[in-house]
Structures are given as C-alpha cells and as structure tokens.
Design a protein around this ligand. Structure first.
Ligand code: 5RP
Length: 265
C-alpha cells in the first residue's frame, strides 16, 4: 500500500488501538430527512469531538461542517436512488474522484447490493472507484447495503458480500453485526466496521452489538441512528468509544452512558 493510502487509512483506523469510531450521518442520500438528522449541523456539531471519522455526503459536508474541522472525512460517493424508488440497488457513483480530493476526503464510501436487482452495476461501481482510489491514494470503503428487498442479515449472506467487496479491492468494508459474525471476519481479508442499523429498543442493545463485534474481530463501528437517535447522543458515543478503544464491556459502557447522561451528556 502506498504512503498516501496508508496515511489516510491511519487517520481513520487509529494506530494506537487499531480501531475506529466513525459517525455515520449520510442517511439523507436516499432516506431524506431522517429523524434527528433533519438539521445535519445541529446533529453533527456536538458529536464531532468524539468521532474518529465522519461519514457523509458532499452536500452535507459543504453546508454543515466547518472546513477548519480536523475530523477525517469518509465521503459517500454512491447514490441516485431513494427509499420510495422502484429499485433501491440502482446506485451509481455520484462524485468524481477529483471532488473527493478537493474535499480532502480521507476515504470514499460506496454501497454494493449483492443479490440485488442492480448487483452487477454496483459491483462495477466499486471496481471503478477502487481504480480511482488507487490512482489518487484514497482508500475505498464498501458498504454491504441491505435494501428493502434484501432483508438478509445472516453470516452466510454478509460473508459473501464482504468477501466480494474485498476481492474487488475495497480497503475496508462496512457491514452489519449478526449471529456467527466471526465467520464474516474470518473470511474477509480487510478490516470490517459495523453499522448500527435502525435504532434499537435500548442503548444497552446497541452497546451489546458493538461489544460483540469488537470482541469477534471488527475494526470498529460506523454508527449513526443508535447514536444520534438516542436521547443522550454524547453519552452514547462516549460509551461506544469506551468499548472500541478502551476494551470496556457492554455493561461497563452502559454504566458510563448512564453516568454521562445524568451529567447532561
Ligand atoms: C446506509 C449507510 C449508513 O451510514 C449506515 O447504515 C450506518 O448508519 P446506522 O448505524 O444508522 O445504520 O451506509 O447505507
């Protein structure tokens, strides 16, 4: 791996722990104004100090994040679909690699829909993006998207999707936690981060997922709704950090969540 690529990756996956807490706020690219992300700046600003990287679109980056921010950007560069459209998997590359360079992106992110109607197109998107990323030294994160027609979140399906992403050259992969998660880790030769998925009933549920994923070999989280849809988002991201970077158990992290929340975290 070239120096620039390594340098960018090390800004995201922290060399001190080999892990990362990425904050995902890219949901609007196909979901529109999701609950608690209606005003992106209002959601993002209080959490910035606790995020190792911020995953978002160029529109939200340019309008809602100060250019003086030191937090590395993982730029979503796929889209062209919507939750009410006919084929959720019908995504293309929406950002030229030169604009990613202009925006000083530390990495670019794109969804693949393995098993989806537009599977081939999204895998070719990934391959093209890896070519561009290699040329400019920008790492590519593949997101193993599960659409409305693809409710599969099992190890058999996700290990297939993650492995294909790695085979096509993704430098790291974002997937979901599921039973038998170690099977996904074992068969994927690049680092894996997990999404949180839709808001779970309790904060402890989300902390349990993060803890289990880290214990079984994930390189971190790229979490959104389970942080900023929590009534105490700062307390939640701090608790996640304790699991990812400080080896806290889910129970210890939950205690930290409660303590921080009560101090108005
Ligand atoms: C959508 C995404 C989101 O960033 C991802 O789902 C992470 O957010 P959450 O933790 O809310 O699921 O990549 O394709």
């Amino acid at each position: 791996m070239d120096w620039g690529m390594k340098n960018r990756l090390s800004r995201i996956i922290k060399p001190e722990t080999g892990k990362t807490v990425m904050l995902a706020v890219d949901h609007g690219y196909f979901l529109g104004p999701v609950t608690n992300l209606e005003n992106p700046r209002k959601t993002i600003e209080p959490l910035m100090d606790y995020a190792d990287a911020l995953m978002l679109t160029r529109g939200v980056l340019r309008t809602s994040v100060d250019a003086s921010s030191p937090v590395p950007i993982v730029l979503r560069v796929s889209g062209g679909n919507s939750i009410i459209g006919k084929d959720l998997s019908n995504e293309g590359i929406t950002v030229a690699i030169k604009d990613a360079v202009r925006l000083n992106a530390a990495a670019v992110a794109l969804s693949i829909y393995v098993g989806g109607v537009s599977e081939h197109q999204t895998l070719m998107n990934l391959s093209k993006l890896v070519d561009d990323g290699e040329e400019y030294g920008i790492p590519v994160m593949a997101v193993t998207a599960v659409g409305k027609e693809l409710e599969k979140r099992d190890a058999k399906y996700l290990s297939l999707a993650c492995r294909i992403a790695a085979e096509l050259g993704a430098h790291f992969v974002k997937t979901y936690y599921c039973e038998d998660f170690e099977r996904i880790v074992r068969s994927c030769p690049v680092p894996l981060v997990i999404a949180g998925g839709p808001k779970l009933n309790t904060e402890l549920d989300a902390l349990n997922i993060a803890y289990d994923a880290i214990r079984l070999g994930a390189a971190g989280v790229d979490m959104g709704r389970n942080i900023w849809q929590s009534p105490a988002p700062i307390a939640m991201i701090k608790a996640i950090r304790a699991i990812v970077h400080e080896n806290a158990t889910a129970k210890e992290a939950y205690k930290l969540f409660e303590e921080t929340k009560n101090k108005k975290g």
